[in-house]
Design a protein around this ligand. Structure first.
Ligand SMILES: *Cc1c(COP(=O)(O)O)cnc(C)c1O
Length: 388
């Protein structure tokens, strides 16, 4: 990979301005895979099988093996994966699903799509995943699923959650959209519960060049139902057994994902090295740093720090050419779309604090040490010079 450097002319003459560091650089990864991807795309075009087909099947098999599940069902987005997983778990109108307000909105969309009501519990202040101690008192006869989110790439406390689910006969469905290759103890994220949902949106740790997602499960019957549901619920052509969906994965995405999956483990290791380096070098900074729980493998989809003056810090970094992100600035319970749930500010203080203070620093597998050094130096300069 090459990094553009050089002189940038300014009005007053010529000065050396290093290029900005983006939050994420998808092009760098593409350039490293260009030939393989081009060939696969030509093959798909030539095959004239553009939806599902052998490339999707191969990818499903490889992804199931990679995470350690019996089955993988490729679909057209992570949102669709969550929707179908809830249907397959028997969740429907009038039911309740326990989830968290600190997530990407799609987790909660899926609950609404099946006509169920999202019931929120706050996240843990250390791991930022579902606070298990708050779950039991939200369980009642309408509760039909628990839907934790492996936020930023770290699995939720699946052991205690599964135990609770078993005790009450409630399935646990994992939103693993940010956690490809993460582990809880020895088990792959997505493989511990009833089913696990992944997104292959381009910016995810395993990203397609368009929309894609998948559900993984160990259960043969659930897998068969999911395969049917994603493809118009056809038992045979033009015979439809129940209300189905067009949620199929397209063949170009399957081909690209099949190639990229071979690199996922190396990319994850690169993410883990970069995260360890940030944690080491920012240990003295006035920031709340993320942590990796002892029994979990974090895959660092996002490296999120907390700071009470987040907006000022973000502007100061921006002025120094450092791109940052906000994941997520408005928790789900305070979104207008979920006003009907009747929540107020103060209901989920940990999620609200994360929303106010979160700042995502650049981290992607192709990031060089020199690039990371610039992010760390920029942060140090901001804390030294700007009383942030
Ligand atoms: C990305 C994401 C989704 C949705 O996936 P899409 O492929 O964008 O539909 C769901 N949940 C979480 C936590 C996500 O990060």
């Amino acid at each position: 990979m090459t990094i553009a450097t050089g002189t940038v002319p300014t009005g007053a003459g010529v000065c050396l301005t290093p290029p900005p560091i983006p939050l994420l650089d998808l092009k760098a990864q593409y350039l490293g895979l260009r030939d393989e991807i081009s060939q696969a795309l030509h093959e798909v075009a030539h095959s004239s099988t553009y939806v599902l087909g052998p490339r999707v099947k191969e990818f499903e098999k490889a992804f199931a093996a990679h995470v350690g599940a019996r089955h993988c069902i490729g679909v057209n987005s992570g949102t669709s994966a969550l929707h179908l997983a809830l249907i397959a778990a028997g969740v429907g109108p009038g039911d309740e699903v326990i989830t968290v307000p600190m997530t990407f909105i799609a987790t909660t969309w899926a609950i609404s799509y099946v006509g169920a009501t999202p019931v929120m519990v706050d996240v843990d202040p250390v791991t930022y995943t579902m606070d298990v101690d708050q779950v039991e008192r939200k369980i009642n006869s309408r509760t039909k699923a628990i839907l934790p989110v492996h936020l930023y790439g770290q699995p939720a406390a699946m052991g205690p959650l599964l135990k609770l689910g078993r005790r009450h006969g409630i399935p646990v469905i994992e939103d693993a959209a940010q956690a490809h290759g993460a582990r809880y103890q020895d088990a792959g994220a997505g493989t511990l519960g009833h089913s696990g949902c992944f997104s292959f949106y381009p910016g995810k740790n395993l990203g397609a060049y368009g929309e894609a997602g998948a559900i993984v499960t160990h259960d043969d019957q659930i897998a068969a139902r999911l395969r049917s549901l994603r493809d118009h619920a056809q038992s045979q052509r033009y015979h439809h057994d129940e209300i189905g969906f067009n949620y199929r994965m397209d063949a170009f995405q399957g081909a690209i994902l099949g190639i990229k999956l071979r690199y996922l483990e190396a990319w994850t290791e690169a993410r883990r090295r970069l995260a360890a380096s940030y944690l080491d070098r920012l240990a003295d900074a006035p920031l709340q740093l993320p942590t990796e729980a002892l029994d979990r493998r974090h895959v660092w989809h996002l490296f999120v720090v907390l700071h009470p003056e987040r907006d000022r810090l973000r502007d100061a970094l921006e002025a120094r050419g450092i791109g940052t992100g906000l994941h997520y600035p408005v928790p789900v319970h305070l979104q207008k779309a979920f006003a009907h749930l009747g929540h107020h500010e103060g209901d989920f203080p940990v999620s609200e604090r994360i929303a106010r203070e979160c700042l995502t620093l650049p981290l992607y597998p192709e990031m060089t040490e020199a690039q990371q050094e610039r992010v760390v130096e920029a942060l140090r300069a901001v804390f030294r010079e700007e009383q942030v």
